[in-house]
Design a protein around this ligand. Structure first.
Ligand code: SME
Length: 148
């Protein structure tokens, strides 16, 4: 699926489903639509931590809670800025989940400028994410912000 169709599908899911069903379905759509998205999770900010919500991938992660500021996920939550890491082995902040992961993108979900969650995607390809992914995932994060 391309970005435009995936965006449409996600919009439709948010209009027609309850939040908890919608979030899992959206994670599934992202996983099924883009081959290079090998693990997708939505984390929620709860106090000083990120707590893993719906996810899809071949394996579960041991990082189901992450302190704000820890890892690439915690950095994005703390600063409210997208983290795009082309080569995770070169990033000292990286918390390893899967041996196969080469690159990662983390997109904060904000409501009224406050980070309430984030979309975390791991890829088995190096430098898998480009400006199209960034723009698309920012739109998805915007759509999700009213539902978290
Ligand atoms: N790699 C992340 C941890 C979460 S897993 O990728 C699922 C990080 O460095 O914060």
């Amino acid at each position: 699926m391309d970005y435009i169709n995936a965006e449409r599908t996600i919009k439709r899911i948010l209009l027609t489903q309850t939040t908890s069903t919608a979030l899992q379905k959206i994670v599934d759509v992202l996983y099924d639509s883009f081959e290079k998205y090998n693990w997708i999770g939505i984390y929620f900010v709860k106090g000083n931590e990120l707590v893993l919500g719906p996810w899809k991938g071949k394996q579960a992660t041991e990082h189901t809670t992450i302190s704000l500021g820890m890892g690439i996920c915690g950095a994005a939550a703390k600063t409210g800025k997208i983290e795009l890491v082309d080569n995770v082995s070169k990033d000292r902040r990286y918390l390893s989940c899967f041996l196969s992961t080469r690159s990662e993108i983390v997109v904060p979900i904000k409501r009224m400028n406050v980070v309430v969650g984030e979309i975390d995607i791991d890829s088995d390809r190096s430098a898998a994410f480009d400006k199209n992914d960034t723009a698309f995932l920012e739109k998805v994060a915007d759509m999700l912000s009213q539902h978290i």
